[in-house]
Every structure is written in structure tokens, then in C-alpha cells.
Write a protein that binds this ligand. Structure first.
Ligand code: ATP
Ligand code: MG
Length: 191
């Protein structure tokens, strides 16, 4: 199994690039943001619990997302690998993921870190708010909160995997195709 984390701040293009990467490589795409939005749409108890937190730009509790990821991983025993998008977002989530994969004699093989400057991130989120209908894109104050949560809680996840020497920085600015080609080149040379 070859398991990849696509890492980066809100608006860095993880969802967009994930779609292209799964087509090319056959990964199973696991996005906790997408899984949570599905729960909200269906109005499940979990979705209802998550809704208020997401609307405020806060994180959903670790146990909740770790449980979702465990179920999703166990539901797909025969895939060539997983592409994790928007997860892990805290050190506790990273440690739980490492333990879960170790149970399957697997591990995270690479972390590709999409680098995008702050100004461009804000521009993209404002643009996305027009069409996404997402509660957490529309409000600048919520966007600011998400960036703050990212810096405080999520950035340390990159340092966690950097200790294993598996993090590769990718320039996340430019056209969607150019960025995809950089990711593919990194997977080609590291995988
Ligand atoms: P991108 O724009 O790069 O796709 P994003 O930050 O805009 O990323 P999602 O990954 O879709 O958006 O997450 C949206 C919200 O869902 C987060 O702000 C958070 O409230 C919740 N969420 C998603 N994944 C997690 C997670 N792993 N742990 C806790 N909360 C999460
Ligand atoms: Mg996303």
C-alpha cells in the first residue's frame, strides 16, 4: 500500500488536486471535510453535532473524525492506497492514523505540502464562498479562525511527519494543471 497525505492550509487546493490524483493513481480519497458535509446533509446526529463547530471555523472533536476514518479505512481493505485530505489535522489525529495503519502493516509513505501565500489563500476562499454555499467560507471572521486553528493545531502535524523525513513541499500557486504536474512528479520520484 502507498498512502499519501495531501497537506496544506484551508484553500490550498487539497480537494481540487485530490480529484485529479485519484483519477491518475487509483487512490481511495478520504476527506474528513467531505465526510462531515455528507453527514450534515443527511442530518445524522454526527452531522448535527459537527455543524455548529464547522460554522464557527473550529475543529470537530478528534474522536469523531478518527472514528470516521477508521470505518472508511476498514470498509476498503483492497485499495492500492489512501489519499488523506484534510486529515490528520491535529497531532492526536496523526498518532491515531499511524497506529491504525500500523495495525494493517502499513504507514504514511509521503506527505505532500501545498505551499500557498496568505493573500492568495484569502482570495481563493472568498471566490469559493460565491459558489460553494459553505457556511465556513462566507464569513471573513470564520476564515480568520480557520487560519488560526490551522497554524496552532494543524501545522505541527507537518513537523510530526518531517521527523520521518517524508514531507515534500510543493509550490501550490499557478494553474491547476501545473500544480498537478508538480504533485505527480513528487509521487513519481518518491513512491
Ligand atoms: P481545503 O480548502 O484545502 O479543501 P478546508 O479547510 O477548506 O480545506 P475541509 O477540509 O473541507 O476544508 O474542512 C472543513 C471543516 O470541517 C473544518 O474547518 C473543520 O471544522 C471540519 N473538519 C474537517 N476535517 C477535520 C478534522 N480532520 N478534524 C477536525 N475537524 C475537521
Ligand atoms: Mg477540502
Amino acid at each position: 500500500m502507498y498512502n499519501l497525505i495531501l497537506f496544506g492550509p484551508p484553500g490550498s487546493g487539497k480537494g481540487t488536486q485530490s480529484e485529479l490524483l485519484i483519477k491518475q493513481y487509483g487512490f481511495k480519497h478520504l476527506s474528513t471535510g467531505d465526510l462531515l458535509r455528507k453527514e450534515m446533509k443527511e442530518g445524522t446526529p454526527l452531522g448535527m453535532q459537527a455543524k455548529g463547530l464547522i460554522a464557527e471555523g473550529k475543529l470537530v472533536p478528534d474522536e469523531v473524525v478518527i472514528g470516521m476514518i477508521r470505518s472508511a479505512v476498514e470498509a476498503h481493505p483492497d485499495v492500492p492506497g489512501f489519499l488523506f485530505d484534510g486529515f490528520p489535522r491535529t497531532i492526536a489525529q496523526a498518532e491515531a492514523l499511524d497506529a491504525l495503519l500500523a495495525e494493517k502493516d502499513a504507514a504514511i509513505n509521503n506527505v505532500l505540502f501545498l505551499k500557498v501565500n496568505q493573500e492568495e489563500l484569502i482570495k481563493r476562499l472568498i471566490g469559493r464562498a460565491e459558489t460553494s454555499g459553505r457556511l465556513d467560507d462566507a464569513d471573513p471572521e470564520v476564515q480568520r479562525k480557520r487560519q488560526e486553528v490551522y497554524t496552532n493545531e494543524t501545522l505541527p502535524v507537518a513537523a510530526h511527519y518531517a521527523k520521518a523525513g517524508i514531507v515534500k513541499d510543493i509550490d501550490g500557486e499557478g494553474s491547476i494543471d501545473d500544480i498537478f504536474n508538480r504533485l505527480a512528479a513528487a509521487i513519481g520520484s518518491l513512491g
